[in-house]
Design a protein around this ligand. Structure first.
Ligand SMILES: [Zn+2]
Length: 222
């Protein structure tokens, strides 16, 4: 069974990839690992990759495709592979489909885990600040009954804005996450669209607990 795993940053792909390699015996192929492996093994392709990486350039689509082709044909991937982090663009998706055809392989399921942006941002930014007393806290310190109230000074409202006393402080982090989510929405979703036309595809909601999402993933692969 060959699976392509897609989804926005922060949706929990890494956790699901771990479950899948454990439960389904798939070989996890992530682009980062693949690049590192190619460089350390010192194959001709690896030397090419190393050269590109030391100059700080981006690894081209062609080179990346060669890497994927080499990796999925390794003996350990014969029982099935899980491709994670690739393709990210329409060109890469077209290239992947074409390359698989050339080597007589296919994708059994394209698994796309989705979640609303706000849910992801909420998960990834956990620091909050009290507008009244200035204390910085972890979200876990807040009262579940009164999430806008400050446990340190007791203020419930910010007298200036009349909004909740407690607010998220991680503006920079949030901006970075939003940019990555935009790239996903603009480029990677288009890549997913191309694969969805050619291969069996399932979209799953990634808003539940890791175990709940894993159960949906297992259903989707049956
Ligand atoms: Zn306070």
């Amino acid at each position: 069974m060959n699976v392509v795993l897609m989804g926005p940053p922060g949706v929990g792909k890494g956790t699901q990839a771990r479950y899948l390699t454990r439960d389904q015996g798939l070989v996890h192929i992530s682009t980062g690992d693949m690049l590192r492996l190619a460089v350390t093994t010192g194959t001709p392709l690896g030397r090419k990759v190393a050269k590109v990486m030391t100059t700080g350039e981006l690894v081209s689509d062609d080179l990346m495709m060669e890497l994927v082709r080499e990796r999925i044909q390794q003996p350990d991937a014969a029982g099935g592979w899980l491709l994670d982090g690739f393709p990210r663009t329409e060109a890469q998706a077209e290239g992947l489909a074409e390359m698989l055809g050339q080597i007589g392989q296919t994708i059994d399921t394209v698994l796309i885990i989705m979640a609303p942006n706000e849910v992801i941002i909420d998960r990834l930014t956990s620091r909050v600040t009290c507008r009244v007393c200035g204390k910085i806290m972890h979200r876990k310190e807040l009262s579940p009954d009164r999430p806008g109230a400050c446990p340190a000074c007791g203020a419930e409202k910010d007298p200036v804005t009349d909004g909740p006393a407690v607010f998220h402080r991680d503006d920079d982090k949030e901006r970075t996450i939003r940019r990555r989510l935009d790239v996903f929405a603009q480029q990677t979703l288009a890549a997913a669209g191309i694969l969805e036309k050619r291969f069996r595809s399932v979209r799953i909601q990634g808003t539940g607990t890791p175990d709940e999402v894993a159960a949906e993933v297992a259903d989707a692969l049956e």
